[in-house]
Design a protein around this ligand. Structure first.
Ligand SMILES: [Zn+2]
Length: 383
C-alpha cells in the first residue's frame, strides 16, 4: 500500500479538526488527525510511534522514522490549529478548497500542510540508501500550551541531530526567536476605611512601587541586551493588565499585575524570573505587604541555533536566503534542549496565519518539496 497523493493529504488534514485552545470550550483532541497521519506514514514505510500525552484525553504526538543509523533529520510540525470564527470565513474553514491557486482552510498555512509535504518528499527516496534516519514529528497543543513538544523534550529519547520545523516563514530559514514569559505579581495588604490610613495597608500603593522597580529593570535589560538581527532589537517588557481594589473610600487590600517579557536568545528564563522576584521583594521591603510572583503560562525559552552550524548553512544554500530572526515563538527551544540544531523553515506566510480565509499559495509547494528533498539528501544520505 502507498501513501495517498499529496492534494488528498493536504485537504484531509484540513478536514480533520484539531483546534487547541487554553479555553476548554474551544479545545479539541488531535487523535483522529494523528491516526490518519500515522496510517499514511506506515503506508510510506515509516516505523510509527503514537505517544499519548499524559493526563489529557485524546491528545498525542507522533514520531515516525524511516531508515536506520545514528543521528538523523527531524521534520517537525504541530498538528493543532488555533480556533477560528467560521462566520468571518468565505468558506467552511474545515474544508480544503483550491481557489485562485491557493489552498484555503484552517491550518493550511499554519501548519498542517508541512506534514503532508514532508511525507511527499520522503516518498521519493529508498530508505535503504539512508545512513541516518528521517523522522517525522507531529506534535499536539503548540498553539495553546506547547505540551506536546514539552513531553517530547521531557522523554529525552534522542530523535535526531538536525530538526526543521515547518512554521510559516516564506521559505526562508530562521535560526533565532525571542522567548515568551508571562508572569503575575500579586500584592496583598489590608483593606480599611479610607478616612484613616492607619486602618489598612494599601496594596495599590505597594504596586505603584513594584511598577517603578519593574520599569527600571526593563531599562537595565534593554541597556544590557541588544541583538540587531531582530526587528525589535531589545528584550521587551509590557505591563499588560492590572487590577486592584474596588471603591475610592476603601484602602486597597489586593492588587494584581500581569506582565509579558520577551527575552532575546542568551537570556535565561529562570534567571529572569529569579531577578523579577528579587526586584519585587526589594520594592516592597519594609512595607509590610505580602506578595507573590507566579507564572501565568509555562513560558517559551528564546531559541538560537549557531550561524555556523551545518543545518543553518545547508538551509541557507537550499533557499538562497541568509538565516533570519523572527518575533514569534515556536517549539524549537524544546528540540534544542535535546541537542538538536533547529531551523524554522516552512512554505506559508505568517501574515495568513491565525486569520479568516487562511491559505497556502500553491506555488510554494514545489519549492518546499525541493528544499525538503535537498535536506534529506544532505542529512540522511550524504552526511
Ligand atoms: Zn504554527
Amino acid at each position: 500500500m502507498h501513501q495517498p497523493e499529496l492534494m488528498h493529504m493536504l485537504k484531509r488534514l484540513i478536514e480533520i479538526p484539531s483546534v487547541s485552545s487554553v479555553s476548554p470550550s474551544h479545545d479539541m483532541g488531535n487523535r483522529p488527525l494523528i491516526d490518519e497521519l500515522a496510517g499514511w506514514c506506515e503506508a510510506g514505510g515509516f516505523r510509527v510511534e503514537v505517544r499519548h500525552l499524559e493526563g489529557v484525553a485524546d491528545k498525542a504526538n507522533l514520531v515516525a522514522s524511516l531508515g536506520k543509523g545514528p543521528g538523523g533529520l527531524v521534520l517537525a510540525g504541530h498538528t493543532d490549529t488555533v480556533p477560528c470564527d467560521p462566520h468571518l470565513w468565505s468558506q467552511d474553514p474545515f474544508q480544503g478548497v483550491v481557489r485562485d491557486d491557493r489552498l484555503y482552510g484552517l491550518g493550511s498555512c499554519d501548519m498542517k500542510s508541512f506534514l503532508a509535504l514532508a511525507l511527499e518528499a520522503a516518498a521519493g527516496f529508498d530508505p535503504k540508501d539512508f545512513r541516518h534516519p528521517l523522522v517525522i514529528l507531529a506534535t499536539a497543543d503548540e498553539e495553546s500550551s506547547m505540551r506536546g513538544a514539552r513531553a517530547i523534550a521531557e522523554a529525552g529519547q534522542p530523535l535526531g541531530r538536525q530538526a526543521v520545523i515547518g512554521e510559516p516563514t516564506n521559505l526562508r530559514p530562521v535560526r533565532m526567536h525571542k522567548g515568551i514569559l508571562m508572569e503575575g505579581i500579586r500584592v496583598t495588604g489590608q483593606a480599611g476605611h479610607s478616612s484613616d490610613p492607619s486602618l489598612g495597608n494599601s496594596a495599590l500603593e505597594g504596586m505603584h512601587r513594584v511598577m517603578g522597580e519593574v520599569l527600571a529593570w526593563r531599562d537595565e535589560l534593554q541597556a544590557r541586551h541588544r541583538n540587531p538581527q531582530f526587528q525589535v532589537a531589545v528584550p521587551t517588557l509590557n505591563l499588560g493588565h492590572i487590577h486592584g481594589g474596588d471603591n475610592p473610600n476603601r484602602i486597597c487590600g489586593q492588587c494584581e499585575l500581569h506582565i509579558d517579557l520577551r527575552p532575546l536568545p542568551g537570556m535565561e528564563p529562570d534567571a529572569l524570573r529569579q531577578t523579577l522576584t528579587e526586584r519585587v521583594d526589594k520594592a516592597l521591603q519594609d512595607t509590610g505587604l505580602d506578595h507573590e510572583v507566579f507564572r501565568l503560562i509555562p513560558g517559551v525559552p528564546p531559541m538560537e541555533t549557531p550561524a555556523d552550524s551545518e543545518l543553518v548553512r545547508v538551509t541557507e544554500e537550499l533557499t538562497g536566503h541568509a538565516a533570519e530572526a523572527v518575533a514569534f515563538g515556536t517549539e524549537g527551544p524544546f528540540l534544542r534542549q535535546m541537542d538538536m540544531d533547529v531551523v524554522i523553515l516552512g512554505p506559508g506566510d505568517i501574515r495568513q496565519a491565525h486569520q479568516p480565509d487562511e491559505y497556502l499559495a500553491l506555488d510554494r509547494i514545489e519549492p518546499m518539496l525541493k528544499i525538503l528533498r535537498g535536506l534529506i539528501q544532505r542529512f540522511c544520505i550524504h552526511a
